[in-house]
Every structure is written in structure tokens, then in C-alpha cells.
Design a protein around this ligand. Structure first.
Ligand code: GLN
Length: 282
């Protein structure tokens, strides 16, 4: 039978072509299947063990680029651990900026209603419920499966009573007056070629339509029609100009923001121009 050290180096070799930090990943995966800490593993690496069956399965999955977060059923977001599986998009670090934007705008506002469109794993709504304790939060998603995951995460942080989960498209079943709208919607163009790892994430969380910006535009339409004062929304790296042009039709201004890599990533509408029209754009 092999030693822990041997198992780690052999499996790391198998993953070398597919993952960025093979040693780190195989250690995490072996620790996960043995239910021990990474530190324990490193300090016992001369021990001889039988290769755990699920570890072999994990390595096979990683060889096929299946995401680590889905194997571990865990992702960190905003410094907290969230449950994640392949019913939802894996929360991305850049989405933390979206949460920060909403918190900085809303921290001195009391008893407001914040609605999130397309909550997925629920990380945005859960963080907002934690950071803005007086806010009422409604989180929608078209996917029943995604809402199940979001509820697991709300329960994990004991905010399930602060968030109302609604299964619907956009805001179709939300009749409340909305103060703040937030969303990280699907915004990728239908036939865009994606990295293999993305192929395991739900298509409905990724693809925004033929051009990709269809849902973003529908969200802007909702903001105008419902007279919502604040919108914070994530978008794709190449969508700034399209969104800007679309907003011009409504006489609306947005502040665009970049992610930590300096890539255009989202926009915030907070000072609705008094002359903003409610005519549908041409
Ligand atoms: N709101 C979730 C997130 O930001 C899911 C987004 C999505 O599925 N497009 O991670």
C-alpha cells in the first residue's frame, strides 16, 4: 500500500495538465475524503494507507475539469463558507464587489426592501441579510433547484426568516414596492465558447440569450417601469458600451465599476435623473 506522500505526488501528476495548483488540490481532496485537516495530512505524510474510493473518484472528476467547489460542496464568499453544488453557479470573488456596493449605499437606510433577481446559491441575499439587518430581502430565481440551495445557505447563517424566496422569472411574482434591486444575472452570449470547467455549471445561470445582454436589459426595463431608485448589477467584461447605450434611451445614468483584475464588471444606478423617461427604448 502507498504512503500519503506517494498518493499525493501520483495524483498531483495526473492533475498537472488540468489544474493550477495540483499539490494543493490533491491535499485538499485527500484530506476531505479522509475527513482530516490539511495540516494533519502534511504532518502524517509517511503513513501508509489504503487509497480511499471516493478520492479516486474525485481525481477522475478533476481530470475532467469538474469544479473543485462541487466536489467539496463548498465555496468561500465574502469570508464565509457556503454550500454549493451543481444546481447553482459557483459564486465568484468579483461578485463580492456587488455586495459591497449595495451595503455601502444602504448602510444608513432603515427598513428598506431589497430584491435580488436570480439568487442562485443565495450568497448575495444571505450576505445582505447579515450585513443589513433591518432590510427586508426578497430573492427570486427561475430555478426551483437553485432556491433549494439558497435556502440551505440562508439556514446555515440563520437568516431564513429575513429572506423571502420566490420562484419566478425576474420580478414576475414580486408585488412589493422595491427600494433596491440587485442582480448577478446570466449575461453570456448563447454560442460563446466557454472553458471546460464552466460546462458543469447550470446553463440557465450562464447564458443571457442570443446576444447575452437580453436579461440585463429586461432588468433595466423593470427598474424604469417599477420606479426602482437603486440598481446594482453585474455584467460581462464587454457589455459596458451596450448597457450605456441602452440607458441613454431611458435618460438614465450609471456608474460602472471594474473588478480587481481591472475588467469592467458591473454598474450601479443610484441617482435617477428626474427626466428619466418611462418610454420603452427604440
Ligand atoms: N446570484 C448568484 C451569484 O452571484 C447566482 C448568479 C447566477 O446564477 N447567474 O453567484
Amino acid at each position: 500500500m502507498p504512503s500519503i506522500k506517494e498518493i499525493l505526488s501520483k495524483s498531483a501528476n495526473r492533475l498537472r495538465k488540468v489544474v493550477r495548483s495540483p499539490i494543493k488540490e490533491v491535499s485538499t481532496l485527500l484530506a476531505h475524503s479522509l475527513q482530516v485537516s490539511d495540516i494533519w495530512l502534511i504532518s502524517h505524510d509517511d503513513e501508509i494507507i489504503e487509497i480511499p474510493k471516493d478520492f479516486e473518484k474525485f481525481i477522475k472528476k478533476r481530470e475532467a475539469s469538474y469544479p473543485l467547489e462541487y466536489i467539496l460542496k463548498q465555496t468561500s464568499f465574502y469570508g464565509k463558507e457556503f454550500y454549493t453544488d451543481d444546481r447553482v453557479l459557483i459564486p465568484r470573488p468579483e461578485t463580492e464587489i456587488l455586495v459591497e456596493k449595495v451595503v455601502s449605499i444602504c448602510k444608513n437606510m432603515q427598513n428598506i426592501t431589497i430584491v435580488e433577481i436570480g439568487t442562485g446559491s443565495g450568497v448575495i441575499s444571505v450576505m445582505l441579510a447579515i450585513l443589513l439587518p433591518s432590510a427586508q430581502i426578497i430573492a427570486t430565481d427561475i430555478s426551483e433547484d437553485a432556491l433549494k440551495v439558497a435556502i440551505i445557505n440562508a439556514k446555515r447563517y440563520n437568516v431564513q426568516d429575513k429572506i423571502e424566496f420566490v420562484r419566478c422569472n425576474l420580478l414576475d411574482d414580486v408585488s412589493e414596492k422595491i427600494d433596491v434591486l440587485v442582480s448577478n444575472p446570466p449575461y453570456i452570449k448563447k454560442d460563446e465558447k466557454l472553458d471546460k470547467n464552466l460546462s458543469y455549471e447550470p446553463r440557465c445561470a450562464l447564458f443571457g440569450g442570443e446576444k447575452g445582454d437580453e436579461i440585463l436589459k429586461q432588468i433595466i426595463d423593470e427598474v424604469v417601469q417599477r420606479d426602482i431608485k437603486i440598481l446594482a448589477c453585474e455584467m460581462g467584461y464587454d457589455q459596458k458600451e451596450k448597457i450605456e447605450n441602452y440607458l441613454v434611451n431611458y435618460n438614465l445614468n450609471a456608474e460602472f465599476y471594474k473588478d480587481l483584475a481591472g475588467i469592467d464588471r458591473g454598474f450601479v444606478i443610484k441617482n435617477r435623473n428626474k427626466n428619466a423617461t418611462i418610454q420603452p427604448p427604440i
